[in-house]
Design a protein around this ligand. Structure first.
Ligand code: BDP
Length: 707
């Protein structure tokens, strides 16, 4: 149990779960090796063998009793005649019926048939053996992952070892892991994957690497996962040898058309491109005074003849903002850059928007851009990799966070406008839309570096398919598939996971102040002092008396006014802003009283204690599962939980000490700065250790640690 099988373990069902009507044969309506329907057939055999120890025979159409029939609706109708539910199927959707001893798994297309097979197997593996009959269709057409892999094999914000796609500047030769990853993604109904970093390297476009991309796509195709790539805007100049990369220069246009043709010649079903432009030092159309839409449309023209999509990121901002300008606000950037461009993007462009206006913080309001763009297709960008959220050394189950965002009602034009219905294209009647999840898996057998963080990947895919699913429901399915059916295991891991996001928020940054982490690069560990006077604009504006960004229209940066009026009204006033976003939208005294009656500073102190205490509990809770989980995974998780428990104390004391030093307001409970029973390591007689001063000072008591 090294984690490589993730939730596709097909472990035998406990007890005697013999299945009286379990089919004994399989009829596959496409026997072409490598087709998703063929893959579905292989998967069904493998799963049923694993779960029930039963080998499926080859069925024939003359003997369909007791058979699983898997294929597309078209193929089914050819052999067996019309079936009613076919009309309800949408692209990638499937019909699953296990009502008689015949099981039908019929996809609208090949991919749908594969999804239906995985769904059926997931039910079996969870012991959900009852009869079902339903159609399942996707909420949105774009259900992609983004992988931030570099050509040298490193991964930006990846915490599970080196890349499975690239090494030493080239696409890897061995694509075994790539196929295994595609299999995992297909099982959660992901249909596209961008394989390289948004901070893209143009050498990906060399003939050798284009051929390599073909190899990756070939490995992914049997699973219905289409490959896509990130592009570097300056490639025509830096890589192609042109004198310019101006998107309106015909030579540049021709260069992109040509390179795109070359890629599609090798990967005819490529999903499309992802572009990060004019952001954090990346080149883009603004260099030539062209608009972002003109830049995006250049790629759109190249990809259009091949059916490709261009995901153009809204993460555009100036990363040299000057804090002395009280009105400056990074949170305003996306709307400022994109509002005048609405309707100017070609129809195969999708603007990909991070869920919040800043950057994957533990708590952010929804990005206002979702309601600004009415005539432009949009997708939401979520982060599965826990960049700011503990980098897989802390347990943070993210589905509750994503659910809050997806269910948020922007009330555009006073009409229900939930984010999930905007990104599906439904609310503003857009042809395209969906989700992009930054995953960053690596070569580590656990995929993400930690067994427990795989619940995030599982939930991400299935929420992209159906955002109405519940966070806890998804979690419990994942637990059963990953750890089995032991009731105590299910209850304990559920409880641990469901309290993990609130706990992390409590001991890192609460009341909407952002994750008070080291902002300069690592994004790991407490460093609130870096949260101001940095060009990135992630500011708290904390001083001796007060804290928070005033984003009101009346006195602040005007950010609250970027939301539709109903929502803007709520955020404009301190009284109506929810406490958990108070410091995001308002600058208040530390002594300001929250709706709970507590002062801001006392809330800080208390929450940090509460959050850190929860992190200690997680160790106990996990420990209580000893013997109920295989030793390999038990130990692996235990190590991480202990680390988290310790690191949560570092977080608690750093943040509390920092704001105590700044405000000089005492903790009512007398805890902050007062640890009478603590024995400082540096005061002990050190044998083989020495003490040293740490920076930032507040990450160790007395600013001293030992090494
Ligand atoms: C930030 C990451 C940085 C990414 C950037 C992005 O720290 O590594 O390149 O986002 O999304 O969160 O482009």
């Amino acid at each position: 149990e090294d984690g490589s099988a993730a939730w596709l373990r097909y472990a035998p069902l406990p007890h005697d779960s013999s299945h009286s009507s379990l089919p004994s044969s399989i009829i596959t309506l496409n026997s072409t090796r490598g087709s998703p329907v063929y893959t579905a057939q292989q998967e069904l055999r493998r799963g049923i063998q694993g779960i029930f120890g039963k080998t499926l025979n080859n069925g024939t159409s003359s003997n369909q009793h007791g058979a699983i029939i898997v294929g597309t609706a078209q193929a089914y109708q050819k052999s067996y005649g019309e079936f009613d539910d076919a009309k309800e199927l949408e692209e990638d959707g499937y019909f699953l019926s296990s009502e008689s001893n015949q099981v039908l798994i019929i996809g609208q297309n090949e991919r749908g048939a594969l999804y239906g097979s995985f769904d059926y197997l997931s039910r079996l593996a969870q012991g959900k053996l009852g009869a079902v009959s339903y159609v399942s269709n996707p909420h949105a057409s774009i259900r992609w992952t983004n992988e931030w892999d570099n050509m040298d094999g490193s991964i930006e914000r990846g915490y599970a070892g080196p890349s499975i796609f690239f090494e030493n500047g080239f696409v890897t030769d061995n694509v075994t892991r790539v196929a295994e990853y595609a299999r995992l993604l297909a099982s959660i109904r992901i249909n596209g994957m961008i394989v390289n970093n948004v901070n893209a390297n143009a050498t990906l476009l060399s003939p050798r690497n284009i051929n390599g991309l073909g190899r990756l796509a070939d490995a992914m195709r049997p699973y219905g996962v289409q490959l896509g790539i990130s592009l570097n805007f300056a490639s025509p100049q830096t890589f192609g040898g042109l004198s310019t990369f101006d998107p309106l220069d015909p030579a540049v246009d021709a260069w992109w058309a040509n390179i795109t043709n070359q890629i599609y010649a090798r990967v005819p079903d490529m999903a499309g491109y992802l572009v990060k432009a004019n952001s954090e030092g990346q080149p883009g159309p603004l260099t030539y005074n062209r608009t972002l839409a003109e830049g995006a449309n250049m790629f759109a023209r190249a990809a259009k003849p091949h059916g490709g999509i261009v995901m153009f990121r809204a993460f555009v901002y100036d990363n040299h903002i000057n804090e002395s300008n009280w009105k400056a606000d990074r949170a305003n950037a996306a709307v400022e850059f994109f509002q005048d461009l609405d309707g100017k993007f070609d129809d195969n462009v999708v603007v990909q928007i991070k869920y919040g206006p800043i950057d994957f913080q533990v708590r952010e309001p929804v990005s206002p851009l979702f309601s600004t763009l009415r005539n432009t297709s949009t997708a939401i960008e979520l982060q599965v990799t826990q960049e700011y959220l503990g980098q897989q050394t802390h347990l943070v189950y993210l589905a509750p966070l994503w659910k809050e965002i997806l269910e948020f009602d922007m009330k555009a034009d006073n009409r229900s406008s939930k984010v999930k219905d905007i990104i599906s294209g439904e609310r503003f009647r857009r042809p395209l839309g969906g989700s992009a999840g930054v995953v960053n898996v690596g070569t580590n057998t656990t995929w993400l570096g930690s067994h427990l963080s795989m619940s995030n990947l599982y939930a991400y895919g299935l929420l992209a398919w159906d955002p109405a699913l519940g966070a806890e429901e998804l979690l419990q399915d994942w637990i059963r598939l990953t750890f089995g059916h032991d009731k105590k295991v299910i209850e304990t891991v559920t409880e641990m996971s469901m309290k993990s996001w609130p706990a992390y928020e409590n001991y890192t940054g609460n009341l909407g102040i952002q994750t008070l982490t080291d902002i300069l690069y690592t994004h790991f560990g407490p460093n609130p002092a870096t949260m101001d006077n940095n060009g990135w604009g992630q500011w708290t504006r904390a001083d001796k008396f007060s804290i928070g960004m005033d984003r009101t229209v009346k006195n602040g940066t005007g950010n609250a006014g970027q939301y539709p009026s109903e929502v803007a009204k709520v955020y404009e006033s301190i009284e109506t802003t929810p406490d958990n976003l108070l410091l995001w939208f308002h600058h208040v005294n530390y002594t300001h009283r929250l709706k709970s009656g507590k002062t801001v500073i006392q809330h800080f102190y208390d929450s940090h204690y509460e959050g850190a205490a929860t992190a200690q509990d997680l160790v106990e809770q996990w420990n209580s599962l000893e013997g109920r989980i295989d030793v390999e995974r038990f130990e692996h998780v235990l190590f991480r939980q202990k680390y988290q428990a310790g690191h949560a104390l570092v977080w608690r004391d750093s943040i509390n000490q920092f704001y105590y030093n700044l405000s000089e307001i005492k903790d009512e409970a007398g805890r902050v700065g007062n640890h009478p029973y603590r024995i400082e390591a540096e005061k002990m007689t050190l044998d083989g250790y020495r003490s040293y001063s740490v920076n930032p000072f507040h990450t160790a008591s007395g600013a001293k640690a030992i090494v």
